[in-house]
Design a protein around this ligand. Sequence first.
Ligand code: BES
Ligand code: MN
Ligand code: ZN
Length: 511
Amino acid sequence: MTALTLSTSGAATLRADALVVGIAKGPKGPVVTAGAEAVDKAFDGKLASVLETLGASGAEGDVTKLPVLSGLKTPLVVAVGLGPVPEKDDAFAAESLRRAAGNAARALHGVKKAGFALPIESVEDAEAIAEGALLGAYSFTAYQDQAGTDDKAAKKDAKLPLGEVALLGAKPRDKAFKAAAERATALAEEINRARDLVNTPPNDLYPESFAAVAQAAAKEHGLKIQVLDEKALAKGNYGGILGVGQGAAHGPRLVKISYTHAKAEKSLAFVGKGITYDSGGISLKPAGHNETMKCDMAGAAAVFAAVVTVARLGLKVNVTGWLALAENMPSGTATRPGDVLRMYSGKTVEVLNTDAEGRLVLADALTRASEENPDAIVDVATLTGAMMMALGNRTFGIMGNDESFRTAIHEIAEEVGEQSWPMPLPSELRKGMNSDTADIANMGERMGGGLVAGLFLQEFVGEDIAWAHLDIAGPAFHEAAPFGYTHKGGTGSSIRTLVKLAERTADGDLG
Ligand code: BES
Ligand code: MN
Ligand code: ZN
């Protein structure tokens, strides 16, 4: 795990392997930003023109490495682009700082210690830089012990994340800066752990092993946990979770993991879709659509990470995480298209397509979560390809039964640097799920498929409970080239939003 320290020395005196500075994109080339003064001096005040000669512009994504000949105690400078110079008196957006720090950290894989001297005008800026650096300093190498060609040791070293992030420009003895560093550390560690869970191949991560990881974390952080196995699920009539899980050799689980604070006035329930592998079931996905389906538990991983982070931060709010875990596989015992399931709520569902399995496991968990009467419920799920069609690969959709709650989540996501967009639940789409045999079918019209899934879920949420549904199918798993603090594979999408929602709720700023 990468360490974060608030440096007591300045850029000129810091001993490290590298020093990170920011450059902005000005009208006439790159502009050196605050924090880089000592570095500029070491380059005779010509840092901007040296960088321009090397092709740097200051645009987001720009990373330029420079050797240092004299004037500094670091042999290497990494200049990262922050995007356009802000309007007069404005600071850089927190997300620009977060991404630039992430780009720097990714460029520093294999390095032991780097100082980050990016422009800081507030505690929030320092926190964003710390988050970006710790999230950028991530790599998933658990399955590459033997990888490499000629020089195995060197290859492994290069993949190791940056060892230490020394943040410059943050006041190391100031309470607010110290708290920001602690928050960034807890949050980034849990996001990186969620990424590990998503990246772990499905032959090793299945409902039982996921539940075991949650149990270990619960023990470590003093959380209450309850795991329902197949037997307990059958006894409790969890027809949705059992129906999805019954085709797999690995049985399903429902995990309840709770954090409580003695003085809490509000309670939240987070519900996560945890399909550890989605083959589609009998409605089998074709080749080309199943290679990344280990990511289908990203919602449960996000919920798990959020609850643990809330506990580590000791927030004054009660938060319960519900992880609906199952493996969706075809076999002689699998649910068939045409089968009718009796759900935990008592409702019957005709399964027309076994690949629409997420809504089935979530339905049971939503009904169960509603029984405890929380002030609000948020579910997180890689639910539909249709949401990716609508919003692309970086933006999650937000639906819900309460417009102001949906808006609040959208604003919180924006604030923490997660792209999202509010989506409607048009009631006319409900009739497409009418079933000749059961109370409802698990599929409806193809058009607006993400909204259809949301309407299905809504029927299993307790009345009068504010509920929001985040469809993270697009941003949960990154397949394109890495950027900012986002790597290939699991991203940890929505965790920052859930944690901020818990903080707002703890502060009494919501409903
Ligand atoms: N897990 C998938 C959705 C998904 C697709 C997530 C691609 C991430 C990337 C989900 O279970 C699914 O298969 N949904 C179907 C629903 C349809 C059968 C109604 C879909 O979107 O095609
Ligand atoms: Mn599916
Ligand atoms: Zn799925």
